[in-house]
Design a protein around this ligand. Sequence first.
Ligand code: ZN
Ligand code: ZN
Length: 108
Amino acid sequence: MTTCHYCGEQEVMPFTCKFCGERFCREHRLPESHECIGLQKFKEERGREPEKWIYEPFQEKHKKEAGRKVPKPVLERILHALKNLNARTILYMILAVIVVVLLLSVVR
Ligand SMILES: [Zn+2]
Ligand SMILES: [Zn+2]
């Protein structure tokens, strides 16, 4: 059992307002019926930047689709990775190769 945030009436099946998050009875479930602060805020923000509410979701979607990277060719990626390697990594790689060669010669 929940009480209505606006009138205090007990409500078995309360309605939660999606703008302010409070619970209300059937009569006061609409934002207009409970002088919703959430709705007021929503309207204020929408009034301040009207174009944002209309265009942003579309732009965001568009941006995401455009931003999807086209996979680079493998060779280009390897070259890029090699460019990013520092001296120590190269040294370790050379050491690793030497160790492998030594191990192979021991096995033989
Ligand atoms: Zn109520
Ligand atoms: Zn509300």
